[in-house]
Design a protein around this ligand. Structure first.
Ligand code: AHG
Ligand code: MN
Ligand code: MN
Length: 281
């Protein structure tokens, strides 16, 4: 596992350099989810693939940008990753990220054994969730990630990141979001789940929601590359990840690119979500 985390550090440094120096234009292709790819999606995917395939404990890799996994002869872990999350924000210079889920035996929620994400913002930060959740920051002079602190969520936060097209929100979802605002919650939504979830985690709590909607009942965010890794991070930090009804980590993945509604947050907000969604299916 440490070997994989060391590889992810190298990947993060190289992707961070690519973000700063490479062309931000679009390519003439879409990925397996039908998203328009930017050149940096493809470059970041190649960087991650190169290091992960060269890591002896890695058995298989699959990414948001790949139709199917690449399997090796040996190794133990299955790594599913989103090489560049929030890539449509690159051209407006907002923070973006990379997300890695480290699985054993398969890609169901219960198979995830560790999760790592990287935030490329004014500073490069990496969060590693194993038994505990740890924050590291890149020292650009030494090119080393330095340990900063352990991260824990409070029982209740003050900020809210409500995703999905509001026009298509279910009425009960809209009412729940309105109620949070009436309680005094403040809006924090950039359109990049990595910085949005990082903010909630570092500020101690809150809610990030990417619900199912009338136009997209299964939401947008992908189980293997985005949802399961963050569900793992939040759980290990003392928070929760649910699909409205159940713990996200109890969900199965039928296809590599499956999506699910998802809510991440601290205890108070997630209880409100569960109460709201109860009986609505
Ligand atoms: P990606 O760039 O990997 O396709 O992911 C973007 C995701 C996620 O980061 C973000 O929370 C969500 O898409 C934003 O979606 P909306 O534009 O629908 O808000
Ligand atoms: Mn993504
Ligand atoms: Mn992506």
């Amino acid at each position: 596992m440490t070997e994989i985390i060391d590889s992810i550090k190298k990947i993060a440094i190289e992707i961070s350099d690519a973000i700063k120096s490479k062309d931000t234009g679009k390519v003439e292709s879409t990925n397996a989810s039908g998203d328009i790819q930017v050149k940096l999606d493809v470059i970041s995917d190649e960087i991650a693939e190169k290091y992960l395939l060269d890591t002896s404990s890695v058995k298989e890799i699959i990414s948001e940008e790949k139709e199917k996994p690449i399997t090796k002869e040996s190794g133990k872990y299955f790594v599913a990753y989103d090489p560049l999350d929030g890539s449509s924000l690159i051209d407006v210079d907002l923070s973006v990220g990379s997300i890695f889920g480290i699985y054993e035996n398969g890609y169901d929620g219960e198979d995830i054994k560790a999760a790592v994400y990287v935030v490329y913002g004014p500073r490069v930060e990496m969060v590693v969730a194993r038994d505990v959740v740890e924050l590291f920051r890149l020292n650009e002079k030494t090119n080393e990630f330095e340990f900063i602190k352990e991260l824990k969520l409070e029982k209740k936060g003050k900020i809210l990141g409500p995703g999905g097209t509001q026009k298509y929100w279910y009425p009960y979802h809209k009412e729940m979001i309105d109620n949070f605002f009436k309680e005094g919650y403040r809006l924090r939504y950039s359109g990049g789940m990595v910085p949005d979830l990082h903010q909630i985690l570092l500020k101690g709590g809150g809610l990030f929601a990417y619900p199912g909607t009338e136009d997209k009942p299964k939401g947008k965010l992908r189980k293997l590359f985005e949802v399961f890794p963050f569900a793992y991070v939040y759980k290990k930090a003392g928070g929760f990840g649910v699909d409205g009804y159940n713990d996200l980590l109890t969900l199965k993945a039928e296809h590599y690119h499956d999506t699910t509604p998802c809510f991440f947050g601290s205890e108070y907000e997630i209880n409100k979500v569960l109460q709201t969604y109860k009986g609505q299916k």
